[in-house]
Design a protein around this ligand. Structure first.
Ligand code: ISL
Length: 548
């Protein structure tokens, strides 16, 4: 069984947000040559593939998630030659590159949309979604953009509205148009033929939408389109595909990634949205409730026990920094960052590390609105200000859950520009690179970085981590996450204190184990017996393997 498992089931991914990773040409924006210069750092960390956020040509209204040319690289990031060099240098180091595939929408500067604007009979008109105004001349219906405001904008020349589930500069592609779909599959084939190892598919659960019925996610034709995409571009290739699917529930996991599924796995977000206000959303976060988060993880681990596959992540370029959101970015920053890594990386699935997470990088803590860059944050600021939300309240929400938290420059060193750039970066630094940086982390054997390195290596060494059965041990505890992984006679017991208090935890009967401590963030003997006093954010993994 192990021999036949696809490579990505033993792999760890690393997400790079190119704008903020490493600026080699000194313009304040990260670039492809900068990424290439850091490949040896990724080798040291031990990751197997890079998920590269979009580097295609783009006017950057949404930092590249608005693509104006799928075939070319944005000049601010480099050239196609730079991309080829990066691909080759990564391949020399056994690191694969997974591209971001943004095909729910394009930029309004894409030649298809520019041509579509020529009029209702323009050749590419039907590549986008157009509707006549409502009787009062307003938008065709009440659909709202995920970035706030109406999802329809008027094209004054033709008198029709076009659909954009995100910013008006990101018009939605019309997936009902077969020629458009075939153009997309051809584009995917070109990138795959060039040697990229797969795709992370942006908001892929939106492509089957039925805007007239106000259905956006998980629409009626979603899986038909995914099957067609699979047959035309993915099938038979040794690649990994991960669909971003905010609507995905454990019940649907097998549809995406089961034996007849179309993707390797999806990113699901139930553990993320569980922390948002039901009405006001992400800018009004709820207090952290670990019982809910563990419940989500338990259900997904259960759903993908026998078929389907999980992705595992705490953070990405749209989310707050993991240690700030789920841990303690003050006194127990190191301990809690390691704890979060341990509980995630010992689960079954493919873990993704977001750049800087392996250093325990923190949220941005901006104090002024003019420090924010993100289109979503700025749009919502305008909307919420009209609704009477004060500046202070908005800043608190944006600092807690806004997307710019994850986008401050990668902290390479304690140097003035954090080793990211010699010029003023496009967005302010988080401001703590004097203490939190890669150079210091590499030199410190107890750093968060080295903790990640060990966990990433363990996945390769231990079949019980890759394949073992998942059994929740403490589902009702708000303070402790304990679980067992079991494969044959091998057992891995993971116990984590999720809080900054010392917590007593009684090891349940049958789980009192003696073994090898394969991961820990405090000194501890290799036994779990009786009542344990778990130190603040303590987490450890104990391996009992009669064969080893
Ligand atoms: O975090 C979000 C939920 O409010 C949204 O900001 C986000 O748009 C959503 O996660 C979908 O994300 C993806 O598509 C967007 C792009 O802005 C994000 O960066 C991308 O990850 C539109 O392409």
């Amino acid at each position: 069984m192990t021999e036949q498992a696809p490579w990505w089931q033993a792999a760890t991914g690393y997400q790079i947000y190119p704008r903020s990773f490493c600026d080699l040409n000194g313009d304040g924006v990260g670039d492809l040559q900068g990424i290439a210069s850091k490949l040896d750092y990724l080798v040291e960390l031990g990751v197997d593939f890079i998920w590269l956020s979009p580097v295609y040509a783009s006017p950057m209204a949404d930092n590249g998630y608005d693509i104006s040319d799928y075939e070319n690289i944005a000049p601010v990031f480099g050239t196609r030659a730079d991309f080829e060099t990066l691909l080759a240098q990564a391949s020399d180091r056994n690191i694969r590159i997974v591209m971001d595939l943004v095909v729910n929408h394009t930029s309004d500067q894409h030649r298809w949309f520019q041509s579509a604007l020529a009029g209702v009979d323009a050749p590419y008109r039907d590549y986008y979604v157009w509707r006549a105004p409502a009787a009062d001349g307003g938008p065709p219906n009440a659909l709202e953009s995920f970035f706030g405001g109406p999802a329809w904008s008027l094209d004054a020349a033709s008198g029709q509205y076009y659909l954009h589930l995100f910013d008006p500069r990101q018009p939605d592609l019309n997936w009902a148009n077969r020629a458009m779909r075939m153009d997309i599959y051809a584009m995917m084939n070109r990138w795959l033929d060039q040697g990229v190892a797969g795709f992370r598919m942006d908001v892929i659960d939106l492509i089957g939408k039925d805007p007239d019925a106000l259905i956006t996610a998980d629409g009626p034709l979603l899986h038909d389109y995914l099957r067609e995409m699979h047959a035309n571009a993915l099938d038979g290739r040794d690649i990994v595909t991960v669909g971003e699917a905010w609507s995905a529930t454990p019940d649907q996991a097998a549809r995406y990634s089961g034996p007849d599924g179309t993707l390797s796995m999806v990113f699901q977000f139930e553990h993320v949205t569980a922390g948002w206000d039901a009405v006001k959303g992400k800018f009004k976060p709820k207090p952290l409730d670990w019982r809910v988060i563990k419940g989500v993880m338990d259900r997904w681990q259960g759903a993908c026990q026998h078929s389907g596959w999980n992705s595992l992540f705490w953070s990405n370029h749209d989310l707050p920094r993991a240690v700030s959101k789920y841990g303690d970015d003050g006194r127990y920053r190191v301990e809690s960052a390691k704890m979060l890594a341990t509980v995630l990386h010992c689960l079954k699935g493919t873990p993704y590390v977001y750049q800087g997470e392996e250093l325990g990088m923190t949220n941005a803590a901006f104090t002024r609105l003019d420090q924010f860059r993100d289109v979503e944050t700025l749009n919502f600021h305008a909307i919420l200000a009209r609704e009477g939300v004060s500046e202070a309240e908005f800043l608190a929400g944006a600092n807690a859950n806004g997307r710019d938290n994850a986008r401050t420059p990668m902290q390479w060193s304690a140097a003035p520009g954090a080793g990211f750039s010699d010029s003023r970066p496009w967005i302010d630094l988080a401001g703590n690179h004097d203490r939190i940086n890669a150079e210091a982390a590499l030199a410190d054997p107890d750093s968060v970085f080295h903790h990640y390195r060990v966990l990433i290596a363990l996945r390769k060494q231990l079949p019980v981590i890759r394949e073992g059965h998942y059994v929740p041990v403490s589902p009702d505890s708000p303070q402790v996450w304990a679980y067992l992984r079991a494969l044959g006679d091998a057992r891995l017991l993971v116990i984590a204190n999720l809080t900054s208090d010392v917590v007593r935890f009684e090891v349940p009967e049958g789980l009192d184990m003696q073994g090898q401590l394969v991961s820990s963030n405090y000194p501890r003997a290799g036994v779990a017996q009786g009542v344990l006093a778990l130190q603040p954010f303590e987490a450890f993994a104990l391996l009992e393997d009669p064969l080893s």
